[in-house]
Design a protein around this ligand. Sequence first.
Ligand SMILES: [Zn+2]
Length: 600
Amino acid sequence: MKSASVRYRIVPSKLAAHRLEVRCTVDNPDEAGQRFALPAWIPGSYLIRDFARHIVSIRAECAGKHVPLVKIDKHTWQAPPLASGAALSVVSEVYAADLSVRGAHVDPTHAFFNGTSVFLRVVGREGSACLVDLRRPVGKEYENWRVATTLPPADGESGAARQNGFGLYRAADYEELIDHPVEMGTFTLAGFPTCGVVHEVAITGRHDCDVERLTADLRRLCEWQIRFFGEPAPMSRYLFLVTAVGDAYGGLEHRASSALICARDDLPYLGMRGLPERYRGFLGLCSHEYFHTWNVKRIRPQAFASYNLDVENYTSLLWAFEGFTSYYDELALLRCGLITAKEWLSGLARTIDRVHREPGRQRQTLAEASFDAWTKFYRPDENTPNTSVSYYAKGALVALALDLTLRAGTAGRVSLDDVMRALWLRHGAPEDMRGVGDDDIRLIAEELSGLDLEAFFADAVHGTSDIDLARLLRPFGIRLKRSPSSRAPSLGIRTASEGNELRLTTVYDGGAAQSAGLSANDLLVAVNGLRVTPASLERLLGRHRAGDEFTVHVFRRDELMDFTVRLAAPPRDCHRLMIATKSNPLRRGWLYGTDCPSPD
Ligand SMILES: [Zn+2]
């Protein structure tokens, strides 16, 4: 392995200036002139990010001599033809100041990077195995730094040869190289074995996490998910890379790890009782990214069977990969006993609220939302709620609807669980090279259940009408109740506080404000001649009734304008799910899984 023809060396170089130095050496470079390119996006986050814009400097050398590089597009450099046999090295300095799960971040407290931000792709050699030398930054203050990553150690490189994890690692190809994020620093590290898989949690940033509680809860969750898809697990080890900060929330899935960022207050603390909402949210995030280990990292849509990292990769199936994962991330918490049925149902009701509050669900189908993720979901603006539907939230409702349809239509014999396992066996486990096609999920569900699901998918995925969840939930003894979230009449706006004032962030299509001429970005300063603050608006509205007229004063640009709004009835957009009957075998199978009967 030490003779790998592509080798990388990476070291945090100027930490205060957020710099990494990355060397890429290739033996026998392309005789026509070797090209090197950095990805334009990172798998799992569907936005063109152009990581190469963070390259501060780049140079090449061969046998100790400078080699000129020509930049041929926004992220590709080309070397001239060289005498055969000589190794070519490219050294780049990368600016790393993006403290998100998608990029790279270096400062004197730690270094975190995704391969997509730092490792140049040797064009034409993407299938070659490579070696990576992870170097400790120079300086006494970094002596106690260590490494957390699931990159496999290079052969013969273990134990004493490695110091705190610094040293040589290997990847079978470029895609693997960029699928193992790396953390360097003085993080907290804890481990737990589950189903023969070594799991670890590394927490970076100041925190007071009760690590024992966290690992105990994660263990239940991971065990349930591994058993759900069936042992053995597809990975031999797994790492949760957690960055704790003041306030943030996000995660990105990888084949044997996930990068997570959260508020430190989301983590459990010593003496904490029960499952506070914040911690439940964090466990949901871990559950989500972990479920992706199967659903999207291995069971993949056709468009991701082999990534093209230069351009957008379009798929109409994100509703299945993100939406179904969102459905199961919460269901896993219930099935493994971390939350109760009542808590799970209230979470589900909030998802229904989210979908039903946005008029965009009547404009964009789930297939369209998936396809346009690159330019719409990942680039939201003030009009997004009017024109788009979330493939996460509505995708989760489609998973729910499909699960209920399958269970009710087969007297509990077949469920979405069976569809997921069939997807895993046919498209995930055998490293299917074709990927999941647009109709495969319907075809598998029809084959397993014997039901005709053509109309279901036409409506749910390719249509914009609301799914009749109340009807689907009835056989499970669950009532869906809809009511207004407030008694106050509605303006039909979404706002954000700006100091003591209110900015209209969205003006809903068909709402009272839009009919009156108000616009997103208007600054709401007064109502009926009186100054309004974020706290007083709701109170003012509460003293009126639908049909009343309301004079609204706003600044648009720097011009003061008045509008007369006729207030509308409050929308019935608040949902509650209630267990209506005492015992119901269909519901029991759904909530607790068919193979583990539990008190209903
Ligand atoms: Zn996801």
